[in-house]
Write a protein that binds this ligand. Sequence first.
Ligand code: AP5
Ligand code: MG
Length: 237
Amino acid sequence: MTAGLRRRERGRLSNYGNRGETMGKNIVLLGPPGAGKGTQGQRLAEKLDEPHIASGDIFRQLRGQDTPLAQKVKGYMERGEYVPDDLTIRVVLERLSQPDARQGFILDGFPRTEPQAQALDNSGRSVDVALYINAPVDVLVERISRRYTCPKCHAIYEASRRSPKKEMTCDVCGAPLERRADDAPEVVRPRLQTYLDKTRPLVDYYERLGTLVEIDGAQTIEVVEREVDRALRLPAG
Ligand code: AP5
Ligand code: MG
């Protein structure tokens, strides 16, 4: 076991795989803004052939709609606040009921509060592994300041290092890239604070359940990916 991947409790993951080897894996990605949940979630989805379900992406897709609900959601996100639990739970559980998520899923950014975690447990979709990807605040702020995303397929880019082949154009789907409104410097700090207040306690929640695996997200994308694979007992790529 490396220093980067710490199993924080003896017997952790002892229930992993209880749903049978032929079943998919129910995975939750937990961690602060900019930790790399989306980056690792997209890679895992390809490897496991499971949907990457990111609540933030679902909410961002609403932006195009001219409804009072869409405007409300936009307002919460742009202030760095969370969308209320009742709405979030409804939207995500609805998505989990789709056929492609029946065998397993990679949830990114949900649950984010204890009521959301309880709602997921009560829905009968028990979590096999909660991957907690963490990194120091200065690293998070710096990464977010360089990020560009595709509003259509949600691909993630980075100014200077992982830039697209054609300037400000998504390599995957050709859509124009953009900066997320909540990546504005004045919103990043409130987002981090909301995370600490409301989501950080879920680390203890999943630790108590014995499903938490902590991964040092300050390492390179490739090293983090290797540690994620190891945590999930995936064959080395
Ligand atoms: P959401 O979209 O989930 O955002 P977030 O949690 O703030 O996380 P980010 O997407 O900013 O970061 P990430 O961890 O995915 O990092 P990424 O891989 O992109 O939520 C947005 C908002 O929606 C919330 O604030 C809230 O308003 C609402 N919302 C969503 N879910 C909700 C819920 N359940 N309840 C209530 N409200 C909800 O990486 C970041 C950058 O770093 C990229 O440029 C990437 O290339 C780079 N990078 C990644 N990993 C590495 C690495 N290891 N080394 C170097 N660079 C790296
Ligand atoms: Mg993300």
